[in-house]
Structures are given as structure tokens and as C-alpha cells.
Design a binder for this molecule. Structure first.
Ligand code: SAM
Length: 226
């Protein structure tokens, strides 16, 4: 099987199940125009996140890595009227494009983008007491994934769902000798998930328009010990 086939199948799924959406199309166009990398989730993956948020009955979502706000829009659209997505983004340029995309989507009241390194903005977020979050999507710089998981646990409750994106790294995640900091970040993230009794976790490999990758899912099953 080749990339062409994976893309054709994703195109077919999207054509059947995900109606053309001018707001999402414009968000991607403006992200491209602003020079952002095409590191956003695919439309069927965005819909998957949306459905997970719905299944969770999520009212509060924490996202690591906004980029142009594409996944943020999918997540925010799953929330009730008084729901909120807090999205952490390092780049002010990316955040500005995302903010416009989110305003165009009519979601400005539901999305709160915090600009800066996530590890710098998280203490303030914790102090504000918006948590616990119902769903957490980790999709920023992979070397920091272990820290993001620790923070996610702090800001969660039993029943919180923690999703990690891009955990396969084209298969390199299975190589303990990899010198790629992204791979090692994901491997440490898996070690933490494996060893934390507060979590029940799994991971799935995926193929599609975004190539060969995958995501992890962890359910928080016990409270955080202070
Ligand atoms: N979730 C987005 C989507 O699917 O539409 C894609 C996010 S992209 C894979 C990763 C984003 O994380 C980039 O916009 C990058 O600037 C941001 N990022 C990288 N390092 C970060 C950090 N230390 N703190 C917060 N965001 C960071």
C-alpha cells in the first residue's frame, strides 16, 4: 500500500462523511497564506477529535499546539454554549492567524489562546483554576510530551481523556536507539503512561492523507495526589 492509496481513501471518507465547510477551508487557506506548515490534523482526524469531545460530553478542553486553529475549531464546535477550549501556542504569528480563523468560525467566545511556551503559560493557567479539563489534546513540540503529560495529569480529573498526536513518527517510535529528540520525547511519554497507575492507555497506528502516524489515548482513572 502506498501514500496515493491512503490519500484516495481519506479523500473518499471525507467526501462521504465530512461536508465541505467554508470556514475550515478558509482557515487552512489563511494558514497557508501566512506561511504556516501543514501540520494540522486531517479533516477526518479533526472530525474524530470532535466526536471524542462529544462522547466525553466535554465542556472544557485543553490543547497543546494551536497552529492555525484548525483542530481547535473542530474541538470548540463539539462544546456546549458555555464550553471553552484553552489552546497553548508558542508562536505569536501562528496564534494571530488562529485567532482570525476562530473569529471567522464564530467561536471567539469559546476559545482562549495563550501565547508563549506551554511550560511557561501553564502555571498561570493552573492558578486561574479553570481545570479540571474534560479532554486534553497534546499536539505541540514532542520533546516536551513527558512534561505535557505531567501537566495534563495535574489539570485533569478521573474521566479526563488525554490524546497524544503523532506518536508513531513513521515507525521510529519503536527504535530505542533513535537519536531524534521527537522520538525520544514520545518514548518517554509512553513510559510515563505505562507506569502511571492513574492512567489506562492505548495507542493506534494510522495511515491516511497525513502519511503513516498514530495517536495515543489515555483515560484518567484516579485523582491526582497532591
Ligand atoms: N493542533 C494543530 C492542528 O491540528 O491544527 C497543529 C499543531 S502543530 C502540530 C504544533 C504547534 O505547536 C505549532 O503551532 C507550534 O508553534 C506549537 N508549539 C511548538 N512548541 C511549543 C511550545 N513549547 N509551547 C506551545 N506551543 C508550541
Amino acid at each position: 500500500m502506498q501514500q496515493t492509496t491512503w490519500t484516495e481513501v481519506d479523500d473518499y471518507f471525507c467526501e462521504r462523511l465530512i461536508p465541505a465547510d467554508p470556514v475550515l477551508t478558509a482557515a487552512l487557506q489563511d494558514s497557508d497564506a501566512g506561511g504556516l506548515p501543514q501540520h494540522h490534523v486531517a479533516p477526518n482526524q479533526g472530525k474524530f477529535l470532535h466526536l471524542l469531545a462529544k462522547l466525553q460530553g466535554a465542556k472544557t478542553v485543553l490543547e497543546f499546539g494551536t497552529l492555525g486553529g484548525y483542530s481547535t475549531i473542530w474541538l470548540a464546535r463539539a462544546l456546549p454554549e458555555d464550553g471553552r477550549v484553552v489552546s497553548l501556542e508558542f508562536s505569536a504569528h501562528n496564534a494571530a492567524i488562529a485567532q482570525k480563523n476562530i473569529e471567522r468560525a464564530g467561536l471567539a467566545d469559546k476559545v482562549d489562546i495563550r501565547v508563549g511556551k506551554a511550560l511557561d503559560t501553564l502555571p498561570q493557567l493552573e492558578a486561574e483554576g479553570i481545570h479540571p479539563f474534560d479532554l486534553i489534546f497534546i499536539d505541540a513540540d514532542k520533546p516536551n510530551n513527558p512534561h505535557y503529560l505531567e501537566w495534563s495529569l495535574k489539570l485533569s480529573r478521573p474521566g479526563t481523556l488525554i490524546i497524544g498526536d503523532n506518536v508513531v513518527r513513521n515507525g521510529a517510535v519503536a527504535d530505542p536507539a533513535s537519536t531524534d529528540a521527537n522520538v525520544q520525547g514520545v518514548r518517554s511519554f509512553f513510559d510515563l503512561m505505562a507506569n502511571n497507575p492513574r492512567l489506562s492507555a492505548t495507542a493506534l497506528q494510522t495511515v491516511g492523507s497525513k502519511g503513516y502516524d498514530g495517536f495515543s489515548m489515555a483515560l484518567v482513572i484516579a485523582w491526582h495526589k497532591m
